[in-house]
Ligand binder design. Structure first.
Ligand code: 5GP
Length: 117
């Protein structure tokens, strides 16, 4: 079981931001921006490559709702999902990173090991 499945199961605590019956949004434990929220489906999918496209549509609605809820829908945010080894995925349960709260730097060389987001 991945750490995010344990969070869904209530076995590990999280700093919850928004939840419905299918999705959960909570603060990243190691934030890379003033606002750094992880968004996950409660059902297990390893990554976006395995995600159900129909459920992905519902997840998009949840992400849009989250952006309104935390007040960044107008100011903007960055949405990132890392997929697989070359994508830098560490937790093998699909998640999106929502980064916001500042004008974010865009590293034009994502293969630079110093680069974050
Ligand atoms: P990935 O590299 O897989 O795209 O991102 C995994 C993210 O999960 C990282 O940003 C990391 O800080 C976060 N993370 C790892 N373990 C925990 C945890 O136990 N709780 C929370 N809230 N975030 C975690």
């Amino acid at each position: 079981m991945t750490i995010f499945e344990k969070i869904v199961a209530g076995e590990i605590p999280c700093n919850k931001v928004l939840e419905n019956d299918k999705f959960l949004a909570f603060r990243d434990i190691n934030p890379k921006a003033p606002i750094h929220i992880l968004i996950i489906p409660k059902k297990h999918y390893k990554n976006i490559q395995e995600m159900d496209p129909a459920l992905m549509g519902e997840m998009l609605s949840f992400i849009q709702e989250l952006a309104r809820f935390i007040g960044v829908d107008e100011s903007g945010y960055r949405l990132v999902t890392n997929c697989g080894e070359n994508g830098g995925q560490e937790v093998m349960h699909l998640h999106f990173h929502m980064l916001a709260g500042a004008k974010l730097y865009w590293d034009k060389n994502p293969s630079n090991p110093q680069s974050t987001f």
